[in-house]
Ligand binder design. Structure first.
Ligand SMILES: Cc1ncc(COP(=O)(O)O)c(C=O)c1O
Length: 398
C-alpha cells in the first residue's frame, strides 16, 4: 500500500501555496543563459569588499563558534549605533535588539511569539509573500487591507480603522514596499498614528528592510520615531537589501525588551544563533558601509528612472515607485491575466518578471519588475517589453 504523505502534513502547511516568485525564478533558470531575470528581489551587486573582508578576517582568526543566542553584543551595539545614526531610533543593545537569520526569521519569530490561535494580524496587500504565511503558520488570521494604486499604495487611515477589531494583535507595515516600491511620508504616518492612538492594544511590526533604499529625497521615517508608538512597535530590518548581503542571512528586530526576550526564547530553541561569520561582517557594514550604500542607492535610482521611462514607452501605466527596487506596472486591458502575461513574456521574449497576484489577490492586473539588475539588462528588457505589448495590442503574438 502506498503511503499517503499528504495526510501526514499538517493542515496549515497543506493550505499554504508555494511562492509564485520562486516558480518564475526557477522557470527562468531552466531556460538558462538567454533569459534576462528581473524576477527576484535580490541586489545584483556583490557585498562591498570591506564587509566581505571582515567576514574573512573572522574566519582567519578562528571565530567559528556559536554566538550568544541574541547575537554578539558587539553586533548589537553596532546595530544600535547604526539605527540611531541613520534613523534616529534608540535601542538598548542589551535587551532590545535580537540578531536573526534575515528579516525573514524576525517576521516568523514575531508571529510565533505573539499570536494565539485566532488572533488577527492586519497585512497590507499587495505585500511581501511571507507576511500572510508567517501569520497563518502561527495559527493567526491574516486580515487583508487592499492598498490601491490611486492612493500610491499607502495605508489609508480609514481602511485601518475599519480593519481593527478586538482580536487585532498587530499590524504589519512594510514601507518602502515590496512589490510596489511605495513609501509613507511623515505626514502619512501621522494619520496612521492617530488611528493607532485610539486602539492601544494594537501593536505595529514595521518591516524596514528597504529603509536605505528611499528616493524621495527626504530622510526616511519609521513609525517607531513617534514617541507615542515607540513602545508598541517592533522594527524589523536587515542587511540583505541595503548592503547587498542576501546570502549572509543577517537581519534583526528592535523593540520592547519583554517582547524581544519572548522572541529570543523561540529563536534559542529553533535556530540557536545567526551565522557567526556573517555577524562579524555586519559590524563592518554598520560602521563603515555608508559610502557603498550611498553608491548603490544612486545606481538603483538611475535604474528606477530608466525603468519608469521604459514602461511609459512600452505604453504601460505605472505608479512611480519611491523606494525599494521594484516597479509594479498595470497590464490591464491587454487581455491576459498577470500569470499569462508573465509566462508569455518569458517564453516569447525571454524576460522573467513576477505576476502581481503572487503578492495577494489584489495584485492581479499588475506585474512586478525588479530593477536590481544591470542597466544594460534593464534597457534590453524594456525594448523587449515594448515589442511584446505592441504585439499584444495588435494581436500578433504567437
Ligand atoms: C519586504 C521584505 N521584508 C523582508 C524580507 C526578508 O529579507 P531577508 O530575510 O533576506 O532579510 C524581504 C525579502 O525579499 C522583503 O522583501
Amino acid at each position: 500500500m502506498e503511503t499517503d504523505y499528504q495526510s501526514k502534513i499538517s493542515k496549515v502547511v497543506n493550505e499554504i501555496k508555494p511562492s509564485a516568485i520562486r516558480r518564475f525564478f526557477d522557470l527562468a533558470n531552466e531556460l538558462k543563459g538567454e533569459v534576462i531575470s528581473l524576477s527576484i528581489g535580490e541586489p545584483d551587486f556583490v557585498t562591498p569588499w570591506n564587509i566581505r573582508e571582515a567576514g574573512i578576517f573572522s574566519l582567519e582568526d578562528g571565530y567559528t563558534h556559536y554566538s550568544p543566542n541574541q547575537g554578539y553584543i558587539e553586533v548589537r551595539k553596532a546595530i544600535s549605533e547604526y539605527l540611531e545614526r541613520r534613523f534616529d531610533l534608540k535601542y538598548d543593545p542589551k535587551g532590545q535588539i535580537l540578531v536573526t537569520v534575515g528579516g525573514s526569521e524576525a517576521l516568523d519569530l514575531i508571529a510565533r511569539a505573539l499570536i494565539d490561535p485566532g488572533d488577527e494580524v492586519i497585512i497590507l496587500e499587495p505585500c511581501f509573500v511571507a507576511y500572510r504565511a508567517t501569520v497563518t503558520l502561527a495559527h493567526g488570521v491574516p486580515v487583508v487591507i487592499e492598498t490601491k494604486e490611486k492612493d500610491n499604495y499607502k495605508l489609508m487611515p480609514e481602511d485601518l480603522e475599519a480593519a481593527i477589531t478586538d482580536k487585532t494583535k498587530y499590524l504589519i507595515l512594510g514601507y518602502p514596499g515590496n512589490p510596489t516600491g511605495a513609501t509613507m511620508s511623515y505626514d502619512d504616518l501621522c494619520k496612521i498614528r492617530d488611528v493607532l492612538m485610539r486602539h492601544p492594544n494594537v501593536f505595529v511590526v514595521s518591516d524596514e528592510l528597504y529603509s536605505e533604499l528611499n528616493y524621495t529625497g527626504s530622510r526616511p521615517v519609521s513609525i517607531a520615531n513617534f514617541p507615542e508608538l515607540y513602545d508598541r512597535t517592533i522594527v524589523v530590518n536587515g542587511f540583505s537589501k541595503s548592503f547587498a548581503m542576501t546570502g549572509w542571512r543577517i537581519g534583526y528586530m528592535a523593540g520592547p525588551a519583554p517582547l524581544v526576550a519572548a522572541m529570543n526564547k523561540v529563536h534559542q530553541y529553533c535556530i540557536m544563533c545567526s551565522p557567526s561569520t556573517a555577524q562579524y561582517a555586519v559590524i563592518e557594514a554598520c560602521r563603515n558601509g555608508d559610502k557603498e550604500v550611498e553608491e548603490m542607492r544612486a545606481e538603483y535610482n538611475r535604474r528606477r528612472r530608466v525603468i519608469i521611462n521604459g514602461l511609459k514607452n512600452a505604453g504601460l501605466t505605472c505608479f512611480e515607485p519611491t523606494g525599494a527596487f521594484y516597479a509594479f506596472p498595470s497590464i490591464e486591458g491587454l487581455g491576459l491575466t498577470s500569470e499569462q502575461f508573465c509566462e508569455k513574456f518569458l517564453m516569447e521574449k525571454k524576460v522573467a518578471i513576477v505576476p502581481g497576484n503572487a503578492f495577494g489577490a489584489c495584485g492581479e492586473g499588475h506585474v512586478r519588475i525588479s530593477y536590481a539588475a544591470s542597466l544594460e539588462n534593464i534597457q534590453e528588457a524594456m525594448i523587449r517589453l515594448k515589442d511584446f505589448v505592441e504585439e499584444l495590442k495588435d494581436g500578433s503574438t504567437k
